[in-house]
Design a protein around this ligand. Structure first.
Ligand code: FAD
Ligand code: NAP
Length: 577
């Protein structure tokens, strides 16, 4: 292994290059150092935080309770950090990321304002050469992608965009100095989570707001509030217990849920339960019954309840009708809002239905949709991301025999466990496609991956191995399993970014693993215990021998009743949000 040291300028050789300094890259760096590996992180932004660095639009906040959406690797960190709100806003999450960077002295391992452009595997040297837009060229045994699942903004090329005389913003690349919409006429295009969070706040500031909606979305009120000090004290009295409970859930975060099938309840009982879960708010609303994402008839009942809530809030009947989704509830990522539907009762807000026409064009003065031109001073694209693979696509990645990752993934990403891919030795992904990633609390997903990766690297060092790469057989079997499991859920049936359908021309493949976080973790543990089963390890001796378990020890929670078994999954008794 290489012994060169980090310095503020990238060194020429390291054990590992890490691409990205969001929560994934930050924790990976911490782990690598802890186990004596030299590492260099490159980050395109000027600070840590990833998602929370880029998405500074008004109203950006987490949709999983902050007491859970946070790192779990340090008990001290858990104890000392205080969240102000149940769902922390973006500035506070950024503050947390900065705090972690300083507390664990991460900054000096990260080169900011630097985009990785190229990563090529050199067969002879068995090393990666990584290049950046700042002229760095660095050699590393391992290349670790922590580029994020939702980090490549989707900017649809609307006709006439270049003619528009005002500014055009994307929620995922929001100006750091903020935007003042006071006195302005504004168009927001897109009604996914980013649109739904920002629209109520933009409406409060702007003179006039036009919301261009292609597809209406379901959203549940967050009922956000300051963190209840009693609840905080209770969690902090035994934080590891809360973390363990979270890890035992398919979603990687803890909430009360009901496994009874919706159709077993009488209509009256169902309504009562929905009301109760609605009052809790947020993503756990989907935990009202066990079969909501598996049985269309059951789903129809929650969808109708949600539509009734919209009609009860929105005064104008025609607008309410347009806001009511007809598709499967929770099929796309469920949104969590504060005052979204109420916003359409404001006199300065107009919903523009572009379901039939799309955005027809952008003119000098505004946006044309549904046959009408709407004059505006600014446009906000809340049009989402090239999810899961978008940031990989932007880098020229070449593995063995000059194989490019783009070619290898032309028909959709293929990975073993979302951690590695055939033809790309010593190449790891944090929350890669084929892992639970966006279907779980993502910081849990990140930590579990970074722990598994560092244990794998340490094992390779133990046995003096040079390269590790999945076998085609293991990868094919995993991809088949990911596809198979996805069919159990209604989620595979609609056109969402989970399947790449939000961007024309992308292959339609269900990218995240929907089998649940605990089952996935168990599989990763087994692969490790069985000497990295499904991987070929070259060089060294006793290559696939039983490895020492280091960081992954904490993920070896026994399966208990809280954990969802494959049988439960197959019977459709699992609430997955
Ligand atoms: P990111 O945070 O995306 O970080 C990746 C980093 O890699 C970025 O900083 C990027 O600049 C950098 N990068 C990419 N390519 C390159 C390159 N070529 N060279 C150098 N640097 C590069 N998840 C939840 O679990 N709960 C939530 O409530 C939640 N809310 C979200 C809200 C928004 C608005 C978005 C967009 C996502 C949300 N997510 C949420 C998902 C969120 O992305 C993850 O929770 C988590 O922050 C991902 O961390 P990461 O480090 O894996 O990726
Ligand atoms: P998104 O869910 O993909 O929503 C994009 C919106 O833009 C959709 O309404 C889409 O319409 C519309 N759109 C896309 N292309 C369009 C086009 N060419 N013309 C017109 N409309 C177009 O993106 P997002 O809202 O940024 O959210 C992405 C994910 O990030 C979320 O699902 C979530 O995982 C995460 N996120 C979480 C939070 C949170 O609450 N913590 C906040 C923001 C984001 P169609 O539906 O018709 O495609």
């Amino acid at each position: 292994m290489n012994a060169s040291v980090n310095d503020p300028r990238a060194p020429k050789t390291v054990d590992a290059v890490v691409v990205g300094a969001g929560f994934g890259g930050m924790y990976m760096l911490h782990n690598l150092r802890k186990h004596g590996f030299t590492a260099q992180v490159f980050e395109a932004g000027s600070d840590v935080g990833g998602t929370w660095y880029w998405n500074r639009y008004p109203g950006a906040r987490v949709d999983i309770e902050s007491m859970q959406y946070s790192y779990s690797f340090s008990e001290e960190l858990d104890q000392e950090w205080e969240w102000s709100e149940k769902y922390a806003p973006q500035p506070e999450i950024m503050e947390y990321a900065r705090h972690v960077a300083d507390r664990f002295d991460l900054r000096k391992g990260i080169q900011f304002n630097t985009r990785v452009t190229k990563a090529h595997f050199d067969e002879k040297a068995k090393r990666w050469t990584v290049e950046t837009d700042q002229g760095d060229k660095i050699s590393a045994q391992f290349c670790i992608m922590a580029v994020g699942c939702l980090s490549a903004a989707n900017k649809p090329p609307f006709a006439g965009m270049e003619d528009f005389q005002g500014p055009i913003y994307h929620t995922g690349e929001w100006p750091h100095e903020g935007v003042d919409f006071t006195g302005k006429r504004v168009a927001v295009i897109g009604t996914g989570s980013s649109g739904i969070q920002s629209i109520p706040l933009i409406a409060q500031e702007a003179d006039q707001l036009y919301v261009f909606q292609r597809t209406p979305n379901y959203t549940v009120p967050a009922w956000n509030s300051p963190v209840d000090p009693e609840w905080e004290a209770e969690v902090k009295a035994d934080y590891p217990a809360m973390r363990a409970k979270a890890r035992a859930r398919p979603t990687g975060f803890y909430f009360d849920f009901n496994t009874t099938p919706a159709l077993q309840a009488s209509e009256e009982e169902r309504r009562k339960t929905y009301e109760e879960y609605w009052e809790r708010g947020g993503l756990p609303f989907l935990g009202a019954f066990g079969d909501l994402l598996f049985n269309k008839e059951a789903n129809d009942t929650i969808a109708e309840f949600a539509r009734e809530k919209i009609r009860a809030v929105v005064n104008d009947k025609a607008t309410a009708d347009l806001l009511c989704p007809e598709n499967i509830f929770g099929c796309k990522r469920l949104c969590v809002d504060t005052g979204y539907f109420e916003t359409f009762n404001r006199p300065n807000v107009k919903l523009v239905d572009i379901s039939k026409t799309g955005v027809e064009r952008i003119t000098q003065k505004g946006v044309v949709g549904n046959g009408e031109e709407f004059a505006v001073d600014a446009i906000v694209c809340a049009t989402g991301f090239a999810a899961m693979t978008g940031s990989f696509d932007k880098i020229d990645i070449q593995g063995r025999d000059g194989l490019s990752l783009k070619t290898a993934w032309e028909a959709g990403p293929r990975t073993y466990l979302g951690l590695a891919t055939v033809g790309f030795p010593n190449f790891f992904m944090i929350t890669g496609p084929g892992s639970p990633s966006v279907l779980a609390q993502m910081i849990q997903s990140i930590e579990q991956h970074a722990d598994w990766i560092v244990d794998c690297m340490a094992h390779m060092r133990d046995v003096d191995a040079e390269t590790l790469e999945p076998t085609l057989e293991a990868q094919d079997a995993w991809v088949d399993h990911v596809n198979e499991v996805s069919k159990i859920s209604l989620r595979s049936t609609c056109s969402s970014w989970y399947v790449g359908a939000n961007i024309p021309g992308r292959p339609r493949v269900f990218m995240p693993y929907i089998g649940g976080f605990p089952i996935y973790v168990q599989k990763c543990n087994e692969v490790q215990t069985n000497g990295y089963e499904g991987f070929v390890i070259e060089g060294g001796e006793a290559r696939n021998a039983e490895p020492t378990v280091r960081e992954t020890e904490r993920w070896r929670v026994p399966l208990d009743v809280d954990v969802i078994s494959p049988a439960m999954l197959a019977s459709g008794q699992v609430p997955l949000v």
